[in-house]
Design a protein around this ligand. Structure first.
Ligand code: NAD
Length: 339
């Protein structure tokens, strides 16, 4: 699309179509846990929307999907406000785009007088974002991300997940801390769950991500308890009295409190090391505990994260690299063939 060759009416029409389509797909994915399109199809539409907005900034309004964190609050749950906002992640789809992003971010850090950032590389877990609120070491509330400001109260459901401590281990906790992470169904658990479904004469679940989301967002916590949900935490929201200097140091502290931390993260200094991490997990993505839909790279230093800040939708200190889409997962296919 070029800004000057396409008539304004046609641009506006295509823009309207894209917004409607993205909103429809988002509602099915986040609210109903039942996607109408593949992630690759969704990402393609979303990218087209972003490109059109870049060419025609006059079309962008505050309620454009590119300005918002996707997801609503279902009437089945009480709505709760997060103490600190939850964000999405900026996506890049090629190594060239990733490199450009990292060089740009390092440049902004330098301009602000900082030294070359260390990068925290980790896996992008294909699950459901959940915010855990601990007061004086006790889990008092758990909520889904929702629209980033308001989520769904899933405290009772989260209480059935054995990875998540109801009470932090040790002593000297912050008086208040929001711990964020991803709830997911592990690869082996998903295969076992589907084998059990097939053995009971029922249709198997389509994929671990939506099954995890649907399992957590059950009205009856007893139903959630039957599903093999796991969690890895990867972030902090509001905090009172927590004084770590880096994201990786924070992970180690969270681990000492008994929080489930991913075994796969690594802090690196250089761009080639980031690329090695991506190549390694691109090759081994089916040997992991859980499914991934990419790699997340974060500036490790928390002071630098604060200095870089956020847009209305994403942090400026983190980026998600998405692997190219794959064919249908063979393990799932095997089960479908048996049905
Ligand atoms: P996102 O899922 O791409 O990224 C943001 C989320 O990543 C965060 O909320 C966080 O919880 C999660 N995450 C996982 N691992 C993380 C880690 N290590 N560190 C930090 N965060 C981590 O963004 P989004 O806006 O929630 O959703 C977009 C994604 O959902 C895309 O992958 C898109 O394809 C998919 N989607 C698909 C459809 C569809 O119809 N198939 C519709 C909407 C969205």
């Amino acid at each position: 699309v070029s800004a000057d060759t396409v008539p304004a009416g046609a641009v506006r029409e295509r823009y309207g179509e894209l917004v409607d389509q993205v909103q429809k797909y988002r509602a099915a994915y986040y609210n109903d846990d039942a996607p109408l399109a593949s992630d690759a199809e969704f990402d393609l539409l979303y990218s087209e929307l972003e490109k059109l907005e870049a060419l025609h900034p006059e079309l962008v309004t505050g309620d454009s999907p590119t300005q918002q964190v996707g997801g609503d609050v279902s009437v089945a749950f009480a709505a709760v406000d997060h103490l600190a906002r939850m964000y999405s992640l900026e996506d890049v789809f090629s190594l060239e785009e990733l490199e450009a992003w990292l060089v740009r971010a390092a440049g902004s850090v330098e301009k602000q007088g900082g030294k070359a950032p260390q990068w925290l590389t980790e896996l992008k877990i294909d699950g459901l974002a959940v915010n855990l609120l601990y007061r004086d070491g006790v889990l008092v509330r758990a909520a889904t991300r929702g629209d980033g400001t308001t989520g769904e109260d899933v405290t009772h459901n989260v209480a059935t997940i054995k990875d998540i401590p109801q009470r932090l281990h040790g002593e000297n906790f912050p008086s208040e801390v929001e711990i964020r992470g991803e709830v997911f169904i592990g690869a082996k658990d998903f295969v076992a769950l589907n084998e059990a479904m097939v053995a009971a004469g029922k249709a198997p679940y389509a994929n671990p991500r939506n099954t995890a989301a649907g399992s957590l967002r059950q009205k009856d916590a007893a139903e959630t308890a039957k599903r093999p949900l796991s969690m890895f935490v990867h972030g902090i929201g509001a905090r009172e009295g927590l004084s770590t200097a880096t994201q990786s140091e924070t992970y180690e502290l969270l681990k000492s409190w008994g929080m489930p931390i991913s075994p796969y993260y690594k802090v690196v200094d250089t761009l080639p090391e980031v690329m090695d991490f991506i190549a390694h997990y691109g090759e081994h993505r089916h040997d992991l505990i859980h499914e991934i839909d990419g790699i997340v790279v974060k500036v490790d230093d928390l002071e630098t994260q604060r200095a870089l800040g956020h847009t209305s939708r994403v942090p400026r200190w983190s980026v998600a690299y998405k692997y190219p889409p794959e064919e249908v997962h063979t393990k799932l296919l095997d089960i479908q063939v048996q049905v």
